[in-house]
Write a new protein. Structure first.
Ligand code: SAM
Length: 294
């Protein structure tokens, strides 16, 4: 049986420009509004389809270089098309942020929006990398999502997935075990609490400020959420089902979201934190010594 359109979408993470309007897009201006001065270099970590880089290049004429690091080849290709009009001002690198390579750039601004949970439990590696790639006085602007976690350790998208799997016949109480059996970490585990994150980043970075917003997701139809899930999470959750059942899974996620929309007036909401981080002064001064945990 050939894969359905939504399965192909999940494999290639296609349709993100449209899907991200539901949640992730709001981080873009929120983060860029925090940029001060006239930055010359900006690095975006997990740059997706290049939307933040595109906006930044348009907003900050001082930017001589906007660099994107991204793992997905499909997203890199879409970003390259989007950023082509900027010529040499935009550079994209294929990169795994859990094992980031050194780059010959220091940036006044480094950004990372809606990505950090995918790097769990190795976030400290990207924090160390950022400390080494910030220019003196530079800022790391990071957004992190914090869904509530229930007794089974599930929260955020995990809950919609549980509702979908239950509708397809898995008892609700068995969903956590089914995910674990396939090595799928619940998103509510991947998204550390603010205190946990503070402990992980403190050896590398200093908190200069923060802001919070509530990310509320609403939809106009079940299909809209079905495509949001496929474009955002790909087959991360769907892999727990055999191939022929995956199209039903995406449909069931959409139906669960639509049911919630009708019952609650929204599909989900969760706090999002915007962190403003700087390198420790000792590190910027070039002593080469990482400071002890702050
Ligand atoms: C939810 S999207 C966010 C994209 C963009 N930053 C935004 O705010 O719209 C998460 C992005 O992180 C990328 N990503 C996840 N894990 C990664 C890794 N280990 N290395 C590089 N990129 C990664 C994904 O491919 C995806 O493009």
């Amino acid at each position: 049986m050939s894969p359905s359109a939504v399965e192909i979408q999940a494999r290639t993470l296609a349709g993100y420009a449209d899907a991200s309007r539901l949640r992730q897009v709001h981080d873009r201006d929120w983060v860029l509004d925090r940029v001060t001065g006239s930055p010359e270099t900006l690095i975006d970590l997990g740059s997706g389809i290049g939307q933040l880089l595109d906006t930044a290049l348009g907003r900050f004429p001082s930017l001589r270089l906007a660099v994107g690091l991204e793992r997905s080849e499909h997203r890199l290709a879409e970003a390259a098309r989007r950023l082509a009009p900027y010529g040499d001002r935009a550079v994209l690198h294929a990169a795994d942020l859990t094992a980031p390579e050194q780059l010959p750039y220091r940036a006044q601004v480094i950004t990372q929006t809606s990505v950090l949970h995918w790097l769990y439990p190795d976030e400290d590696r990207i924090f160390a990398w950022v400390a080494e790639h910030l220019a003196p006085g530079g800022r790391f602007l990071l957004t992190t999502y914090h869904p509530a976690r229930d007794a089974q350790g599930l929260g955020g998208e995990d809950e919609l997935v549980r509702e979908a799997l239950t509708a397809l016949g898995t008892p609700a109480a068995s969903v956590a075990a089914l995910l674990a059996a396939h090595g799928v970490l619940p998103i509510a585990t991947r998204t550390r609490t603010v205190d946990d994150l503070l402990a992980v980043l403190a050896p590398h970075l200093r908190v200069a400020g923060h802001a919070e917003r509530d990310a509320v997701v609403t939809v106009d139809s079940a299909e809209q959420y079905e495509h949001f899930h496929a474009a955002t999470f790909g087959d991360y959750y769907a892999q727990v089902l055999p191939g022929p059942r995956r199209a039903d899974f995406y449909r069931a996620v959409g139906a669960a979201a639509w049911r919630r929309q009708n019952e609650r007036g929204h599909v989900s909401h969760m706090p999002v934190r915007l962190w403003e981080l700087t390198a420790h002064e000792e590190f910027v001064a070039g002593t080469g010594n990482r400071p002890a945990r702050a």
